[in-house]
Ligand binder design. Structure first.
Ligand code: RIB
Ligand code: CA
Length: 305
């Protein structure tokens, strides 16, 4: 089977870590590059965390360090959800590799140009690096197959009342991406809030494999849900879409990103009823087969070492 080449742009991040695990060990995907961005924690920490994950799994996927702050706004973090380190709870060994010697947006560009086929960008953090790539190298668009993102919401937010974290941290970057004309799949809170791992499944992780043992340790420090009530797998949902799209109901919608609102900046305005008369610019995931997702996670994590 031909593997789908992907680049993962990420801010690990506990739910990022499990998404990276599922992608690395999926027989359907080939991870060509991991680029980091400031988001859940600083880019220094997200980069260190990505490198430690590569060492944990003895993988040689290149890691490129990305933007230290959003395009225009001060950096924000989600250490209250992921811990001060961004991946609290497990004693990761120091990484055996360093980040490559070029910024993420340039590393992504070079990876796109070196590929024999267009690459899917999987974005599971704020979109700063992607906006920088598109602004600096607009000619690279034909080399991007599509963007599959964890981000946004057609309804309530999780950083502000209306805005989801990955979009709200850098609304200007997100607006640039949604206005790019690229094929975009938006896996927002409409589906990721339902993409739960149950307490019963979580309890099986320590006995699954090394990856399960590590994930159980960091999940114990993850605050999007709880070990007792279940954990929301926001970023893992984007990987699920890539390999099991049949688990989702999507709708082509016009999506606008609010950048001016005093209380609403970062809101993804998803025009489900086509009231704005604007052409659709994204496939928006509105429903997920939760049982099917949970079954897939069980299979996906069993493939990890
Ligand atoms: O809103 C959830 C998103 O914000 C996830 O990507 C999580 O890792 C945080 O970055
Ligand atoms: Ca993330």
């Amino acid at each position: 089977m031909n593997r789908l080449p992907v680049i993962i742009d990420t801010d690990p991040g506990i739910d990022d870590a499990v998404a990276i695990a599922a992608a690395l060990f999926s027989p359907q995907l080939e991870v060509k590059l991991i680029s980091t961005v400031s988001g859940n924690v600083s880019v220094e920490k997200t980069t260190r965390n990505a490198l430690q994950l590569m060492t944990f799994w003895q993988q040689s996927v290149p890691v490129a360090r990305g933007a230290a702050a959003p395009l225009l706004r001060p950096a924000r973090d989600a250490s209250n959800v992921h811990g001060e380190s961004g991946m609290a709870g497990y004693p990761f060994a120091s990484s055996e590799q360093c980040a490559i010697d070029k910024p993420a947006f340039l590393a992504i560009y070079d990876c796109l140009l070196a590929s024999e086929e267009p690459i899917t960008l999987v974005t599971i953090g704020p979109l700063t690096n992607i906006a920088m790539l598109l602004a600096q190298y607009p000619e690279c668009k034909p080399r991007i197959k599509r963007i599959v993102m964890m981000g946004g919401s057609s309804g309530r937010g999780n950083l502000t009342p209306n805005a989801e974290f990955n979009i709200a941290v850098d609304p200007e970057a997100a607006a640039h991406v949604f206005n790019s004309g690229l094929d975009i799949v938006m896996c927002g809170l409409d589906v990721t809030n339902h993409a739960m791992l149950t307490p019963e499944y979580l309890a099986t992780l320590p006995g699954l494999n090394r990856t399960g043992e590590m994930l159980h340790a960091i999940f114990s420090h993850y605050r999007s849900g709880s070990m007792e009530t279940g954990l929301r797998m926001h970023d893992l949902t984007a990987i699920a879409f890539l390999v099991k799209p049949e688990l989702f109901r999507t709708q082509a919608c016009f999506v606008a990103v609010e950048t001016q609102g005093e209380y609403t900046s970062g809101t993804t305005v998803v025009d489900i009823e086509q009231r704005l008369g604007r052409p659709a610019n994204a496939q928006v995931a509105l429903e997920i087969d939760v049982i099917g997702f949970q079954q897939w996670v069980t299979e996906a994590l069993a493939l990890a070492p």
